[in-house]
Write a protein that binds this ligand. Structure first.
Ligand SMILES: C[S@@+](CC[C@H](N)C(=O)[O-])C[C@H]1O[C@@H](n2cnc3c(N)ncnc32)[C@H](O)[C@@H]1O
Length: 301
């Protein structure tokens, strides 16, 4: 399945791409959002760790020209380095999670709906695969990983079932271990291995850590007046983004002990609110179902 960019109009409105403005698309994927930024005249610097995303970006680079579009095969956890080289920008997009081709290609090992090697690396040349992680970790650490990374309801039972099923080699091995510990999948309800797959994927790609590093680089990444847009697909990540905006956004009320009119240096953004896909978008693109967009603007000072 082609990747359909999610909340495209809301993101364009939030980041306002235009001639003379530069946007970092930190999760290029198949370039859905990048193409729309380019069509509106902005310059785009795009990042992704996935080799297939790089191949797509190379095609786009030939179309758009290197003065308007540059792709860097880097992790957005390295955003600070990229900004140090490229300078600060007018817009920054993080569209977290997986692209449709990553999910659909069985050999990438992301999906419990398809039988494939238990891999789940966004960059298949880097680090440990999902099989390495679930076969190596001692049971208490596995339990912790399932609890923290996917909020699994019964991480103890699932961790025990995984340890008993070792060695796990395929996505089916992991899905079956979870089913044995919990219940059989039922049509129309969420697959019992959903949270387990999410937790393992997050651990394999160090997703929490990379998001924290990217958010820490936002003050340097954005020019005054520059805007951040983050699309998340699950509550754990949405909470991180929501709290980050809340912790850095200007408050209506003055802080106790602050002199009148003096800005608080820890609060340097203005929240731009949130958006979710309409019913029409979800019926056209069911993978947008759980998406939530949040935005913030760096206060001009
Ligand atoms: C949801 S897709 C983005 C889709 C894109 N906005 C589009 O419309 O085509 C997420 C992409 O981010 C990439 N990605 C995830 N984590 C990353 C990270 N830490 N650094 C760089 N790229 C990452 C994935 O490889 C995937 O291609």
């Amino acid at each position: 399945m082609e990747h359909v960019p999610v909340l495209l109009d809301a993101i364009m409105e939030m980041l306002q791409p235009a001639p003379g403005r530069t946007v970092i698309d930190a999760t290029f994927g198949r370039g859905g959002h990048t193409r729309a930024f380019l069509e509106r005249g902005a310059r785009v610097i795009a990042l992704d760790v996935d080799p297939d995303a790089q191949a797509e970006a190379e095609k786009l680079s030939r179309e758009a020209g290197s003065d308007r579009f540059r792709f860097v095969r880097k992790n957005f956890g390295q955003l600070a380095e990229i900004v140090a080289e490229e300078g600060s920008v007018d817009g920054l997009l993080l569209d977290l999670g997986l692209s449709s081709p990553q999910l659909d290609r069985a050999e990438r090992g992301f999906s419990f709906q398809q039988s494939g090697p238990l891999d789940m690396r966004m960059d298949p040349a880097q680090g440990e695969s999902a099989a390495d992680v679930v076969n190596r970790l001692p049971e208490p650490e596995l339990r912790q990983l399932l609890r923290d990374g996917g909020e699994d309801r019964d991480p103890g039972k699932i961790a025990r079932a995984i340890v008993r099923a070792r060695p796990l080699r395929t996505t089916e091995d992991l899905a079956q271990a979870v089913i044995r510990a919990t219940k059989a999948p039922r049509p129309g309800s969420k697959h019992p291995a959903t949270r387990t797959f999410l937790a393992v994927r997050r651990a394999v790609n160090r997703e929490g850590e990379m998001l924290d590093q990217a958010l820490a680089a936002v003050p340097k990444a954005l020019k005054p007046g520059g805007r951040l847009a983050v699309l998340t697909y699950q509550s754990l990540e949405d909470r991180v983004v929501k709290n980050w905006i809340r912790d850095h956004a200007e408050e209506e009320k003055r802080q106790p002990g602050m002199a009148f009119g003096q800005p608080n240096p820890a609060r340097w953004v203005k929240s731009l609110g949130e958006a979710v896909p309409s019913e029409a978008e979800i019926s056209a693109n069911p993978r947008a179902r759980s998406a939530r967009l949040r935005g913030a603007e760096r206060i001009a000072s």
